[in-house]
Design a protein around this ligand. Structure first.
Ligand SMILES: N[C@@H](CCC(=O)N[C@@H](CS)C(=O)NCC(=O)O)C(=O)O
Length: 216
């Protein structure tokens, strides 16, 4: 049990989540890394009234921490970082910090929304089911080309150094989606493959990724 979580009137935080959601997994990885206890509420419908109360968009994740109700993984991660600074998600160096923001932004704005299952299924309906996979692969590959280049100058053990930072929390679930769900050809991305192998060896990451698999 983390001391931080206990400060809020002894109430563990609540995370509205789904095991297959890469956006939820980012937040779960951060909560684990920071050693914060939380109750995970698995949502099965985006019209669930309980979810709509905490996020009118009907998306996961959403976090309830005492009286604070926050949705959108980026807002949640920054909130957690400021409220519970132990195991910082951001490096001290300002350039490396900015690279973490950039990776987060590429994944959350230019990759994940374009391979979200709702959108991919919609593409299948309006264009044809055979277009679903090529659509997702195209958009993921475009983002990965940029990430592979960007991280060449910054990666070490992890994406931007020898510690796990925000960029890793965005990359790990996105790589998992790309490789295991959308069968993206990764031959152009040796650095991303190496990072993925590193994430897969981390017990806390393994646990969260394994839950994705068992819910499919
Ligand atoms: N920008 C939001 C995106 C949230 C989002 O797209 N969540 C997905 C799961 S990763 C979802 O709830 N999808 C359900 C749907 O598209 O109806 C975030 O980072 O939290």
């Amino acid at each position: 049990m983390s001391t931080g979580a206990m400060e809020e009137g002894n109430q563990a935080m609540k995370l509205y989540s789904h095991p297959m959601s890469s956006c939820s997994r980012r937040v779960r990885l951060a909560l684990n890394l920071k050693g914060l206890e939380y109750d995970c509420i698995n949502i099965t419908s985006t019209t669930d009234p309980e979810l709509l109360k905490v996020n009118p968009m009907g998306y996961v994740p959403a976090l309830v921490d005492g009286t604070s109700v926050i949705s959108d993984s980026y807002a949640i991660l920054l909130y957690l970082e400021e409220k519970y600074p132990s195991h910082s998600l951001l490096p001290q160096d300002l350039t490396r910090r900015a690279i973490n923001y950039q990776v987060a932004s590429i994944v959350s704005s230019s990759i994940q929304p374009l391979q979200n299952m709702t959108l991919v299924n919609y593409i299948g309906e309006i264009v044809g089911p055979e277009e679903k996979l090529p659509w997702a692969q195209h958009h993921i590959t475009k983002g990965f080309v940029a990430l592979e280049k960007l991280l060449t100058n910054y990666a070490s053990k992890y994406a931007t150094g020898d510690e796990i930072y925000l960029a890793d929390l965005y990359l790990a679930p996105q790589l998992d989606n790309a490789i295991n769900r959308y069968k993206v050809n990764m031959t152009e991305f040796p650095l991303l493959i190496k990072l993925n192998e590193t994430y897969n060896k981390l017990p806390s990451f393994q646990l969260i990724m394994a839950e994705t698999r068992t819910s499919e």
